[in-house]
Design a protein around this ligand. Structure first.
Ligand SMILES: O=c1[nH]cnc2c1ncn2[C@@H]1O[C@H](COP(=O)(O)OP(=O)(O)O)[C@@H](O)[C@H]1O
Ligand SMILES: [Ca+2]
Length: 510
């Protein structure tokens, strides 16, 4: 019985085998194509968000970052979707009015709730980092600083977000995170990852940009020195990012932000104003301002100049002389004693500057206002020339020309521009001006500053090693499936034909 069926099946197969195989092949091909085409839709991207508050000495800004969850380990893919300026002064001004902190922060938090989809709130981290204003307050009154941070913590924890802490970051962190931010955004950290020539990777760290950050109360300089074999008196910071090692020099000068530097300068100059009237070369001719003497000296940065004065107010009368202003400012920088191989000012160790530099924050605001950020402004002389003319302009004229500009900033651009020049000279950038790139937003939308680097670090978004090569993309995967199936089918059909023919000839031979 079985033998009979077997011979019938064999006969049927030998007659119609090819037809069946062909039919099956076409059906499978249609099925594969159908699956390929229907499944090859772009799946909606899964976005993530992060919030960082930059609690600076002069003001607080909230940044919201966004990135695709799938591409988390690639460089440069996190971007800023919002920067919300908190109305009011820096948080250190709230020591005696803690009750106002919720009002102060609530507007920007409301913005965050609007911009981030509700179902993402609980997984969105919120950080607050305070910088030099709070560092100074902590030095004056540790408990006060603690109370401010506690109030901020209790308010921010009341939101449905994932609050991850409010703290005072160190000057080194501020410098290093600013360096990470700009190099991440400029794509300097993961460059040449596909390079086949290992020798081309050796000096990769030298290609990073140095970071120059100028705040109101402190200023940071951060870069990878040329010679990392020198024995530094302070430790270089070590980073391993995307499979590369970086040895980074960073230093933060407290009291050398532009607001504190101005107070230091005034505290120094008051000695030369016995009647309480100061002829100040760093302000425009015709400009007048009154400063409270107790305000001037009730400050950690000016304590060294303190003295007794027979007046309570210092009256400033601008004279607009750039050269004299710079000479006065040079007194803030002590460049004589250096116990190391090389120093910046005040006897602080610093290796010689090298590579390109990105200068942001108040460096950018100041130079941008003065129209000096273009790469065409390639020498210090060009900047000096412009500053001389700008400082000499009468205040009345400046005030009408730039009617829309905030008075506080406008009145201080002559001082600020001169300070930027003097600070960069003190760092030894005099013949190096063309390597400084003043920058604000990188890749169109993301501000240069320490906040992004801080978040990337705390969320472990920059891997120490290069990310594994990616699996095939969906379309490639489907195309490969179809191609392999075709090959398989062709091989199978050819095999069947050969088998069929050989059994036919065998039969004939018998
Ligand atoms: O539009 C502007 N023009 C000029 N200066 C500005 C502008 N916006 C902010 N600034 C200045 O930038 C500096 C920012 O310092 P920040 O508040 O971040 O202090 P910190 O980093 O020392 O803690 C302050 O001196 C502030 O006055
Ligand atoms: Ca700052």
């Amino acid at each position: 019985m079985f033998l009979v069926i077997d011979s019938r099946v064999k006969r049927f197969l030998s007659k119609n085998g090819l037809v069946i195989l062909g039919f099956t092949f076409i059906l499978s091909l249609i099925a594969l194509l159908a699956v390929g085409l229907t499944q090859n839709k772009n799946t909606p991207e899964n976005f993530k968000f992060g919030i960082v508050f930059d609690a600076g000495s002069s003001h607080t800004t909230m940044y919201i970052y966004k990135w695709s969850a799938e591409k988390v380990n690639d460089t440069g893919l996190v971007y800023e979707i919002e920067s919300c300026k908190v109305k009011g002064p820096g948080i250190s001004a709230f020591a005696s009015n803690l009750q106002d902190i919720p009002m102060y922060l609530s507007k920007c938090m409301g913005r965050a709730k609007e911009l981030i989809p509700k179902y993402k709130h609980h997984q969105t981290p919120v950080y607050l980092g305070a910088t030099a204003g709070m560092r100074l307050l902590r030095m004056e009154n540790e408990e006060s600083a603690e109370r401010i941070l506690n109030s901020v913590t209790s308010f921010l924890s009341s939101y449905p977000f994932n609050f991850r802490g409010a703290r005072i970051i160190s000057g080194s962190e501020e410098g290093a995170y600013g360096w990470i931010t700009i190099n991440y955004l400029l794509g300097k950290l993961q460059k040449k990852q596909n390079s086949k020539d290992p020798s081309s990777r050796r000096n990769e760290s030298l290609e990073t940009y140095g970071a120059l950050d100028l705040g109101g109360a402190s200023t940071q300089i951060t870069f990878v020195p040329k010679d990392t074999n020198i024995k530094p008196p302070i430790k270089f910071m070590q980073f391993r990012l995307y499979g590369n090692n970086y040895s980074v020099y960073t230093y933060s000068f407290l009291c050398y932000g532009k607001d504190q530097a101005l107070l230091k300068k005034l505290a120094m100059d008051i000695m030369n104003a016995p009647s309480g009237i100061l002829l100040d070369p760093c302000f425009h001719p015709g400009y007048e301002r009154t400063v409270d003497v107790s305000y001037l000296f009730n400050n950690t940065c000016t304590r060294e100049y303190n003295g007794q004065f027979p007046f309570h107010e210092l009256k400033i009368n601008g004279t607009g002389e750039f050269q004299q202003c710079q000479e006065d400012l040079l007194d803030l920088f002590h460049t004589t004693n250096c116990r190391y191989t090389s120093c910046t000012f005040n006897g602080i160790f610093m290796p010689p500057v090298q590579g390109e530099f990105g200068a942001f924050s108040a460096y950018y605001y100041t130079m941008n206002f003065l129209n000096l950020t273009s790469d065409k402004v390639s020498s210090e002389e060009m900047v000096i020339d412009k500053m001389k003319k700008f400082c000499a302009r009468p205040w009345k004229e400046v005030n009408t020309t730039y009617a829309g500009v905030k008075q506080k900033y406008l009145s201080e651009y002559c001082f600020a521009g001169t300070y930027v020049l003097t600070l960069l000279q003190a760092y030894n950038f005099t013949d190096y001006w063309k390597h400084i790139h003043f920058m604000d937003k990188i890749n169109d939308n993301t501000e240069a500053g320490w906040t992004l680097g801080y978040m990337l670090n705390l969320t472990n978004m920059i891997p120490a090693e290069l990310p594994q090569p990616k699996p095939f993309s969906r379309p490639t995967y489907i195309s490969l499936m179809v191609a392999f199936s075709l090959v398989l089918a062709v091989v199978f059909i050819l095999g069947s034909i050969i088998f069929h023919k050989s059994s036919y000839f065998q039969k004939k031979a018998i």
